[in-house]
Design a protein around this ligand. Sequence first.
Ligand SMILES: Nc1nc2c(c(=O)[nH]1)N[C@H]1C(S)=C(S)[C@@H](COP(=O)(O)OP(=O)(O)OC[C@H]3O[C@@H](n4cnc5c(=O)[nH]c(N)nc54)[C@H](O)[C@@H]3O)O[C@H]1N2
Ligand SMILES: Nc1nc2c(c(=O)[nH]1)N[C@H]1C(S)=C(S)[C@@H](COP(=O)(O)OP(=O)(O)OC[C@H]3O[C@@H](n4cnc5c(=O)[nH]c(N)nc54)[C@H](O)[C@@H]3O)O[C@H]1N2
Ligand code: SF4
Ligand SMILES: [Mo]
Length: 728
Amino acid sequence: MTVSFRTCPLCEATCGLAIEHDDGAVVKVRADAQDVFSRGFMCPKGVALKALHEDPDRVHVPLINEHGTFREASYDEAFGLIAQRLVPLIDRHGRDACAVYLGNPSVHNLGFLTHIRAMLHALGSRNVFSGSTLDQYPKQLSSALMFGSHLSVPVPDLDRTDFLLMLGANPAASNGSLMTAPNMRGRLRAIRERGGKVVVIDPRRTRTAADADEHLFIRPGTDPLLLMGLVNTIFADGLEQPVEHLNGLEQVRDLSLEFNPERVARATGIEAQTIRRLARELATAPSAAVYGRLGTTAQPFGAVCSWLIDVLNAITGNLDQPGGAMFATPVAGAPNTRGEPGRGSGVAVGRWHSRVRGLGEIFGELPAACMAEEIDTPGPGQVRALITIAGNPARSVPNSGRLEAALESLELMVSIDPYINETTRHADVIIPVPSPLERSHYDVMLYAWAVRNVANYSPPALPKPDGMLDEWQIYLRVGAIAAGHGADADIDALDSAIAAGAVAKAVADSRGPLHGRDPDEVLGELAPRGPERLLDLALRTGPRRLTLAALEAQPHGLDFGPLVPRLPEVLRTPSGMIELAPGMLTADVERLRAALDAHQNGTMVLIGRRDLRSNNSWMHNFELLVSGPERCTVLVHPDDAERLGLGPRAKVSTATGSIELPVQVTDEIMPGVVSIPHGWGHGDPGTALRIAAQHPGVNSNVLADDQLVDPVSGNAVLNGIPVELGPA
Ligand SMILES: Nc1nc2c(c(=O)[nH]1)N[C@H]1C(S)=C(S)[C@@H](COP(=O)(O)OP(=O)(O)OC[C@H]3O[C@@H](n4cnc5c(=O)[nH]c(N)nc54)[C@H](O)[C@@H]3O)O[C@H]1N2
Ligand SMILES: Nc1nc2c(c(=O)[nH]1)N[C@H]1C(S)=C(S)[C@@H](COP(=O)(O)OP(=O)(O)OC[C@H]3O[C@@H](n4cnc5c(=O)[nH]c(N)nc54)[C@H](O)[C@@H]3O)O[C@H]1N2
Ligand code: SF4
Ligand SMILES: [Mo]
């Protein structure tokens, strides 16, 4: 029996796992007690890596769709077909005619992070969509505007804070997000055990809320009003702390003046005196951090909400302080570790706009809420081909019914994915991917948001099947086709060209450790190929000048300790200052003012929820994760259930769609609010997920409106959707 140590790639917690295997077969997946970060913690999804690896429904060879049924094909045939259809399509209709959707698991995929840019560059399409505009771009936008880089997201210093104010996050189920920290429940418990306080703001009394010292219900979508009320109180009481390297303090104070606790109380549903008390506790705690997640980003004021959270961190003197909200120092580098310390070019967004609705570009992408209309609206620039990578937009985007219809109309659809699911069933070609245990792993992205500075590289635990391509090789193949090099281009040469380009940049960087070195000599020292070669270079040029070999020698990871203060060096704003009042965000306060007096008129609103044993729209194909009581239910407060005369099942409708599902009456949900998890609705014709089909649930995203976005970031509104509710 062999034991391979490996970081779990399924969520942001980055737990260390021990994979016990024998002669190529997985015997058991258990927690790695010696992992420097997770120290023996894991969740049931990690255990399911064995089931995922062994899943007979997983696709192992390329598939070609012929009149609605998939047949097995060779790579040559599959890529040949892509070349035959994609190249003329681009010639005829231009590069924007081929769109791309990049889904959530790509963030956890080393080969994606190192090689996808080459494919996207070769495609040259402005129609790049991803899960990030259904999720965290509002936070990355506010961070970019305030601190100069979209990776400079401050994270709560969980292990040292005395006071944690959490809005719209349920890490007891999600295991944390934009805050990489294995064992969230343990870390939250530790805050209370050392005499600190945890306060949760959520329209639902979640597991996280139930574990906290205090939980406050809030009307969905009104968090920015609450946050303004807190800012207002802190200034009114003179509790603000001096902050160095800061622009815009006066402006923020002025903007907050009209949002006193009395004015925001009615809209938020939180009493004025509670808001005042909370503000004072936050401002006077020895250390404190404010943290918000999906309930604060995938909502109508995502960007403003994300901004105000860090305004609070700053004016209470907790930004960049131990126990406050701090910046990680990722050892593989990030935009905030490269270039001139303390200053940069900031960010440019809105460099182009979506064709149909004119929504602005953000970080090289267009909002995923525009995807359907870009496909189904005729005219010059219409999207006619789509490549999905690790995404199931047929279940994840708002108004998914419209998107699914649009997928059917495409002239070409290619999916790089391990399953035939609700999205990929529409594809002409499916290119399979190795199982997580058959690929290497390093969290290039997530360590930028970790609550400790750690690093852990995992080689593949098991060899991939003979002849199977790695994902990065697939991207290079597709890129080569798009660039006109054909279906059988030499991808090793392309990989080497990418590495040579990266090394050329590194030796030209006058601040970097490789400045002036001979590029060939540097290349000769690096790992021989692929993602490892680029990771090795990133580590060598990163803040700790590590090598991949040094990391590989530490199978349980390297711990560089708690986060360290980084201001002003971390900044990459043009001014070299923290921009507390960026124009893009302050301009939206006008809209917030209008929300103060918006009446709900007794309509019910829908929010989402996550479950520990689920992962967005996938991982429902393992008995171990779907057994037990039905989880795709609508939570309704007893008063609402009675008033609406609900029986065991309810019909939930909006202008875009309607679903029926079991009712769960509970006072854990606030009156006037209902909650349904997203990502369900399995068993559609043509899908091949046998166990998921026996636990289908329903797809809540037929209810969400694709026309509703946060206008600043373009992020979809997935929480606080007005719905009609009645007995089924
Ligand atoms: N087990 C599991 N883990 C996951 C995932 C999964 O599907 N399953 N998904 C992963 C992904 S992709 C992400 S992005 C993260 C998300 O991580 P989290 O954001 O921690 O996860 P959610 O459970 O969506 O928590 C959002 C909370 O916001 C609340 N909420 C909704 N609307 C509002 C509002 O207007 N205001 C406030 N204050 N609260 C509101 C909801 O009730 C919910 O409790 O989780 C990741 N981890
Ligand atoms: N109503 C509502 N909608 C939501 C949300 C919500 O809270 N409420 N959450 C939103 C959020 S935060 C997110 S991140 C999105 C997520 O939505 P998506 O970005 O669509 O991602 P997933 O639903 O996780 O689907 C993952 C896909 O990747 C495939 N896959 C799994 N592993 C691999 C791999 O190693 N390689 C490749 N190539 N493919 C793989 C799976 O088979 C599946 O097709 O959903 C969003 N949609
Ligand atoms: S918490 Fe996340 S990283 Fe840890 S085992 Fe579960 S899914 Fe994997
Ligand atoms: Mo997400």
